[in-house]
Write a protein that binds this ligand. Structure first.
Ligand code: GLU
Length: 309
């Protein structure tokens, strides 16, 4: 593999940006959370932080967007830090092959979600860190973790987006009630979902998100928030489960661990090399950013970065 320093990474990002500007197949902006439907599909941004401390940006890299499910990576890191492997008694580690908000599997599998990145799994993870604490405290802890990872305190929750999801999040509440019925939710469904909706409504720019992902790339002891063994496991889950029922296709096309969100962001990790964030709000049929995926596919082709050799 080519080392980051020897490559013209800014040139690669510029080329990708120009290709994305010309594309009209931008996908569809999520509208099931009404506040997200207001976002223009024209935005595009990409940021990259290398293990040797350089950073590169293109497009609207300073514009905050709703990180949505990308927040699940940070809450998983927090929950593993707090509960360790005990967490795995309540949530699995297998790809789901189903939509992010599917109910069917949960019924078959007795209220134990397949993995921490489908909605049901993320609600369990949030319920685990909530564990008797006030929602406000837990959200404060999630924000502190993300701000520390990003090295940037200017990261906030968009309360309009949180309310918009709270008002329309019947499906997530149904998943939570179902898990509660199976004894796999310790707090009231409204409480766990309330925290979950707010963590999803955190906004970050691609610059902030790429910075926040540095703790997952390894190689930089200064960015070590989590042990190397745990980093490898979070990356394994991002690779196998980070794109819902599009995870296999993302692994095939990009070859790197990634976590998407319905706000159109994707966090991608090139272990030992770089943390990458991309944002384009239009989604494909699986709820993953259409141009974002294409952009990181182009990046992987140009850099030859891959976890598969
Ligand atoms: N807050 C969203 C939901 O629960 C997150 C989904 C996603 O980003 O994929 O529906």
């Amino acid at each position: 593999m080519t080392r980051g320093a020897a490559m013209d990474l800014q040139g690669i990002l510029d080329t990708i940006f120009h290709e994305m500007q010309d594309r009209s197949d931008r996908g569809i902006v999520a509208d099931y959370i009404p506040e997200l439907a207001q976002v223009s599909p024209e935005h595009f941004a990409m940021s990259l932080c290398t293990a040797d401390g350089q950073s590169f940006h293109v497009g609207a890299a300073e514009v905050p967007f709703s990180i949505q499910s990308i927040s699940k990576v940070f809450t998983l890191a927090l929950a593993l830090g707090r509960l360790g492997d005990q967490l795995w008694t309540r949530v699995g580690r297998e790809p789901s092959g189903l939509a992010f908000n599917s109910m069917v599997q949960l019924e078959h599998e007795n209220g134990i979600p397949r993995n921490p990145f489908v909605n049901a799994g993320a609600i369990v993870v949030t319920d685990a860190i909530l564990a008797g604490h006030a929602p406000r405290e837990v959200l404060g802890e999630v924000l502190r973790f993300i701000r520390q990872a990003a090295g940037d305190d200017d990261i906030h929750i968009n309360h309009r987006v949180a309310k918009s999801e709270q008002d329309t999040g019947h499906r997530n509440l149904a998943l939570a009630h179902f898990m509660r019925a199976h004894g796999n939710l310790r707090n009231a469904p409204e409480l766990s979902c309330g925290v979950y909706f707010h963590q999803c409504a955190i906004e970050m720019s691609t610059r902030q998100l790429a910075q926040a992902g540095r703790f997952l790339m390894g190689g930089d002891p200064a960015a070590r928030l989590v042990s190397p063994a745990r980093v490898r496991r979070i990356n394994a889950l991002m690779l196998t489960c980070g794109h819902y029922d599009g995870s296999g296709d993302f692994a095939y096309r990009v070859g790197l661990p990634g976590k998407s969100g319905v706000g159109g962001g994707i966090l991608v990790i090139a272990p030992g090399r770089a943390s990458i964030a991309v944002w384009s709000p239009g989604l494909d049929a699986q709820g993953n950013s259409r141009l974002g995926t294409l952009a990181v596919e182009r990046l992987a082709q140009a850099t030859q970065w891959s976890v598969f050799g």
